[in-house]
Design a protein around this ligand. Structure first.
Ligand code: FES
Length: 496
């Protein structure tokens, strides 16, 4: 059995237990620490303060710390491993919003607010002081609706089969409980709750029928903002607390993407930007302060591991990155445990390496004639996995191309490409480009964490006019309905 060590995180007062030798990056990203430069030691944003215990500093880290003018007690968490019990101050957590690169201007308000990112798989709830924008606490949990299926189609089907009241209650109760846990630790008065999520989550939570989302043309008449009272939800909050589930943009582009637009400031910038959300569905946004178009793609959750033989989400046991060193593939496994499977970022890495070494051809075929290769003991990449990757990658790449065509522009005119999604922290941008998922210069690509949550927090400070302003500029387009989509999609299947 591997030795365990305890990590105490302040000011949260949270103690987590991990295997000795686990890199801090593997667990700190869940607590608001971002790794913008991907661990190159150039940004300094991953810095944490060592309050107790020992975290070794090698010569390279010391050099980087000196350059960033950080004194003795600071560490760059992207360099460190937890070898023994330690206590860290994770200031990013409290100042998450303020530390976020997309400078978040807000007008201080009185009271406290709660931001909720209601995802198909996970739910995150954060408590925020509306006076100074500080996050006071955060809890995340799995979406209990998962027992009715992992994807949106099966959730819709279960609702149609008569389970909608139960599916709705499960999630209302879960979020209610999460809020209660937070408020027990911080007994403050909540004035506002902002919820974001995809359209299916929006409908189920708000008690709206999902029938129209189950058949062509998949148009719901109820995409608008939903306001609910604490009593209706059975939540222990003041009766005056405003609870709002923010509006969807289209049937398959929800308020999580609306929040992403707010978090990336796409609707405010003159320059053109792209936002790609590689979550359970692949959603793409393109635009600027004049006009925004968005679409969802049929990428499926391949980047979250679904349909990949040994695919899994970016959690403990997942191969999150792969490099070629000393003549062989070396896999990094989250949590310093034996590999159980591979997540999206690891898959992208290994494909880029195999392409560079010409071990796979442009149609994704293994040139050696093998049908699988071993990535770590017992974890394999199969020919079928490469096919699944090609399908998902083509859906995203073709989706971006279609939106560029609709705007009559090329990638060259794009100023920034924001990538949102759970495994963003682990992505190697060079490899993303090598596989053809995104076709622009490395400098333009910005990895962001959970843009839905950042946006939900922004919404706590904004009024409906702010939301309406984004909606007025934004149109939703149905990619598959366009006759050129199929040709572009097939072209993008290639691995060039
Ligand atoms: S210094 Fe940039 S991620 Fe650690």
């Amino acid at each position: 059995m591997q030795q365990k060590v305890n990590i105490t995180l302040q000011p949260l007062g949270k103690i987590i237990s991990v295997n000795a030798g686990t890199p801090l990056i593997d667990f700190l990203h869940e607590f608001g620490v971002e790794f913008p430069c991907g661990g190159k030691g150039t940004c300094g944003n991953c810095k944490v303060k060592l309050l107790k215990g020992e975290l070794k500093v090698d010569a390279l880290q010391q050099q980087k710390l000196d350059k960033l003018k950080l004194s003795d007690s600071w560490r760059l968490s992207c360099f460190c491993k937890a070898e023994s019990d330690i206590m860290l101050e994770v200031s990013q957590f409290e100042n998450m919003i303020l530390a976020d690169n997309s400078t978040f201007e807000f007008t201080p308000q009185t009271g406290f607010g709660i931001a909720v990112d209601l995802g198909t798989t996970t739910v995150v709830v954060q408590l925020m002081n509306l006076k100074n924008g500080h996050v006071l606490d955060s809890v995340s949990d799995v979406n209990p609706q998962a027992k009715f299926g992992g994807d949106l189609i099966s959730r819709i089907q279960s609702c149609l089969d008569g389970n909608q009241p139960e599916i709705q209650n499960l999630i209302r109760q879960k979020i209610g409980k999460m809020i209660k846990i937070i408020l027990k630790k911080h007994p403050v008065e909540i004035s506002k709750v902002a919820l974001v999520g995809n359209t299916v989550m929006h409908h189920i939570f708000s008690g709206l029928k999902v029938n129209s989302l189950s058949f062509y043309p998949f148009e719901s008449p109820n995409l608008g903002i939903q306001k609910l009272a604490p009593k209706q939800l059975n939540w222990e909050l003041p009766t005056t607390a405003e609870i709002q589930f923010y509006p969807s943009i289209g049937s398959f582009v929800g308020s999580d993407i609306l929040a992403g637009i707010a978090a990336t400031k796409i609707a405010e910038r003159k320059e053109l930007s792209v936002l790609i959300d590689l979550g359970t569905n692949g959603e793409i946004v393109l635009g600027n302060c004049d006009k925004i178009i968005c679409a969802s793609t049929a990428a499926g959750p391949a980047f979250e591991g679904a349909k990949i033989n040994q695919g899994m989400r970016a959690t403990t046991g997942a191969i999150s990155s792969v490099i070629f060193e000393n003549g062989k593939l070396q896999s990094h496994v989250i949590g310093n445990v034996p590999a159980k499977g591979i997540c999206g970022s690891g898959l992208i890495d290994v494909l880029a390496i195999l392409l560079n070494q010409e071990k796979i051809g442009m149609f994704g075929e293994f040139n050696s004639g093998e049908d699988k290769i071993e990535l770590a003991s017992g974890v394999f990449l199969t020919q079928q996995d490469i096919r699944e990757f090609q399908l998902a990658k083509a859906a995203i790449a073709a989706g971006i191309q279609m939106l560029l065509n609709l705007m009559k522009i090329t990638y060259r005119e794009i100023d920034k490409v924001f990538i949102a999604g759970g495994f963003g922290n682990f992505l190697n941008i060079k490899n993303v480009i090598r596989t053809g998922l995104i076709e622009c210069e490395e400098e333009k690509i910005v990895k962001l964490g959970n843009t839905a949550l950042i946006g939900a927090k922004i919404f706590l400070f904004e009024d409906e006019k702010f939301i309406q302003n984004i909606l007025n500029k934004t149109t939703h387009t149905n990619l598959e309905g366009d006759s050129t989509f199929q040709d572009i999609y097939i072209e993008k299947m290639m691995l060039l």
